[in-house]
Design a protein around this ligand. Structure first.
Ligand code: UDP
Ligand code: MG
Length: 317
């Protein structure tokens, strides 16, 4: 039985050796308890630091370590996809390099899959300790909104830390879309999933790659990728404004007939024009967002481009 660990890495030279140490410890434990063999796949997502150097060094020291190095930064989602493609294991886990996804959970996750009742063991964090409160608030809002809008369930606090059977991995790989929102994809493919909960762990080294803006864009990505409800909202706004306009017309015409036609109402007219054009632009923006995603999708660009893998290097030992 082979288990692949897929680890997307962007500027993680400090965290990687610590991750390797911990993962190796768990691997040895599971060799004893489950007879499982391991491979570690580091995906270097165009890092600017010594991540690639570290990956090469780890490979030289331990041939179970493999790596895929991108030609530039393609984002974590692309990293996960590349790792899953490279993985040869019967079971594949995706986890972060910063030990925020504790490898120590793997034995119990594997136990779950070995019962044969589940194809996926997923994790969610129950707390958001160590996170700015405003960020937590926006995160909670995001999960509320997306779950109202989308048929695909996006679990609040779900991490990308999962252990999946080969069946599920192949299903995820069959979704070769360009705009990848992993949380949605994992949920969309279905399969029985057991959730493991744990408290938020802070990263061991290095800094988070997310700022407010990138998280905001990520959330839009998720909504546009897994729901077309915003388009309905836009259409609904159109209908609502038509009704309001109709009532307004009736009111103005009746008033003019009954009270004559005083030439006033310039301020109200300006307000109406501003409001209506604002709503129009907003709705055009929503439509534009979907069009943009469609545009990127139909170009069929590769999800990532590989610059180097461990096969380009002489084997260790
Ligand atoms: N990551 C990546 N490409 C990116 C950004 C992040 O491969 O463009 C990796 C990063 O190295 C880490 C994981 O994705 O292993 C999660 O990133 P991070 O810890 O910064 O996110 P957080 O845990 O704060 O949500
Ligand atoms: Mg992290």
């Amino acid at each position: 039985m082979l288990i692949s660990l897929v680890v997307p890495c962007y500027n993680e030279e400090e965290a990687m050796p610590l991750f390797y140490q911990e993962a190796n410890r768990v691997a040895e434990e599971m060799k004893q308890s489950h007879g499982a063999d391991f491979e570690f796949i580091f995906v270097n997502d165009g890092s600017k630091d010594g991540t690639l150097r570290t990956a090469r060094a780890l490979h030289e020291q331990d041939s179970r370590v493999r790596y895929v190095s991108f030609s530039r930064n393609f984002g974590k989602e692309a990293g996960i996809y590349a790792g899953l493609q490279a993985a040869k294991g019967d079971y594949v886990a995706t986890l972060d390099a910063d030990l925020q996804d504790p490898p120590a959970l793997l034995p119990s996750m594997l136990d779950t899959l070995l019962t044969g009742d589940y194809d996926c063991a997923a994790t969610r964090r129950t707390t958001r300790k160590g996170e700015p409160p405003i960020r937590s608030w926006f995160a909670r809002m995001f999960y509320k909104i997306i779950n109202k809008m989308s048929d695909t369930e996006i679990v609040d606090g779900a991490r990308d830390f999962r252990l999946m059977s080969r069946k599920m991995v192949d299903a995820v790989l069959s979704m070769a879309e360009y705009n990848r929102f992993s949380k949605g994809i994992f949920s969309w493919v279905g399969f029985e999933t057991k959730w493991f909960e744990y408290e938020n762990v802070e990263r061991v080294a290095g800094a988070t790659k997310w700022n407010f803006w990138s998280l905001f864009k990520y959330s839009i990505e998720g909504i546009v990728g897994f729901s077309t409800t915003p388009l309905l909202v836009a259409a609904g706004a159109g209908v609502l404004f038509c009704i309001a306009a109709f009532i307004g017309i009736l009111f103005v015409v009746v008033r003019a007939l009954v009270f004559g036609d005083p030439t006033s109402g310039w301020p109200s007219l300006v307000c109406i024009i501003l409001l209506c054009s604002g709503v129009q632009l907003f709705c055009t923006g929503i439509v534009g967002e979907y069009l943009a995603k469609t545009y990127l999708e139909v170009k069929h660009r590769p999800i990532y481009i590989v610059a180097e893998t461990e096969e380009d290097r002489p084997h260790a030992r």
